[in-house]
Design a protein around this ligand. Sequence first.
Ligand code: PEP
Length: 256
Amino acid sequence: MTHDSRPVFAANWKMFKGPRATREFLDEFLVRYQPAVDRRVVFFPPSISVEAFLFAASARPDITVGVQDVHAEGEGAHTGAISASMAVEAGASWSLAGHSERRREFGDDDALVARKVRQILQSGLAPIVCVGETLEEREAGDLTGVLARQVGAVLAAVETAGHADLTWAYEPVWAIGTGRTASPDDAAEAHQIVRSAIATRAGDVTAEQAAILYGGSVKPNNIDSLMEAPGVNGVLVGGASLHAGDFAAICGCRLG
Ligand code: PEP
């Protein structure tokens, strides 16, 4: 994959917006957000809405689509799951892996996240690997240990050739959906820790070029300061991405 250093503005819709609500959102968003060559915009709708999304956004190749999760195996008797290759067939080009809600609600531990990332890469999707500490872990002084463990587990499981294809999202669990955002200094510090953990296993060049997004209560009123923080290469947005006006303002933010 060729290296693309443009910042990423990603929307994680979680379990919101079926096909009809997806079309209604795009009616508004595509008017409010006009294509810009200096950034990438990616949506992660529920997988059942991917087709409706792609149809409604077919005139906008600047916007790409991903799925929020895939199974760690290619196919099989796994009721309710989708595979990475099915996501490709449906037109997706990205997949999240390791979102904290998957880790907490569905038991996606480091080993499972690593297996999912392998599937995602094998299928040709671009992964965004989410890492981040809980409040208890941060208060116990374990920020570096947690991030190094989560990053290391994925890099150890993925072939060296795939290391450069990974996009990362630092998402402090205490900032997701809480309205509490990491300060730009906190984000810069954590991104540096993630980058160092990447360097340890994947080397300095891969670490320097790695895109690391920040996620956790990103809103139109804090996007500028977060994007100015050193080492922040984009954002992964939950709640605010459900509102066309808010997400258009985030995607249209000023860039350095
Ligand atoms: C997320 O779900 O990845 C997220 C960052 O959510 P929110 O923006 O609502 O905190």
